[in-house]
Design a protein around this ligand. Structure first.
Ligand code: SF4
Length: 191
């Protein structure tokens, strides 16, 4: 976990404690996230919801607006109602980045779904939907009528990034329902 700025989507630039949960229920061939192990920065094994929420609170430096961004891997494999309650009790707003395949506990404050298959995600409403592009198994048109406020196309970050960026720009030009999301942390060096 680390205090940083959210790098992508509609919350770009927002101060958050980024909390990366270990493990994922999918195996995407383009995955660029190291979600194995618990030895990342400020990592560890937290045996209770209160213990984890307390550790996140310790990372915060301001008392005004507290945000925790839960990501992974797949955060909904571990984020449950007791942990939601612990964060809210401490005044945190809870943001999640999920692949949408697992139901979310109630009262999450900001839901970003990033589908990785052609199926309509189980979690099909929220604040923003983000498609990593290009993606062979996913057609963004299938998701256009879902209940989200923001629709993002985000270039896949791999050795073909320039080509992926061009393809993403072209997709947004041809399908203006979708907007371009850039991973600003990659440009700014913010982790
Ligand atoms: S869902 Fe996300 S974290 Fe999980 S394997 Fe796919 S790209 Fe990686």
């Amino acid at each position: 976990m680390v205090l940083t700025l959210q790098g992508e989507g509609a919350m770009t630039g927002t101060a958050v404690v980024l909390l990366r949960f270990e493990g994922c229920n999918l195996e995407c061939d383009f995955c660029d996230t190291d979600f194995t192990g618990t030895d990342g920065e400020n990592g560890g094994i937290f045996r209770t919801a209160a213990e984890l929420a307390e550790a996140v609170q310790q990372k915060w430096i301001s008392s005004t607006q507290l945000n925790v961004l839960c990501t992974g891997g797949e955060p909904l494999m571990q984020l449950d109602a007791p942990l939601v309650e612990e964060f809210h009790t401490r005044g945190f707003k809870i943001l999640i980045e999920t692949n949408g395949t697992i139901p979310a506990p109630e009262h999450i404050d900001w839901i970003c779904v990033s589908p990785k298959t052609e199926e309509i995600p189980l979690l099909h409403r929220g604040d923003e939907i983000k498609i990593v592009w290009p993606q062979k198994k996913t057609d963004p048109k299938k998701f256009e009528e879902l209940e989200f406020n923001h629709f993002w196309i985000q270039p896949k970050y791999d050795e073909h990034y320039k080509k992926n960026l061009r393809a993403s720009i072209e997709y947004c030009l041809a399908h203006p329902r979708w907007r371009l999301s850039l991973q600003t942390h990659r440009y700014t060096g913010i982790s």
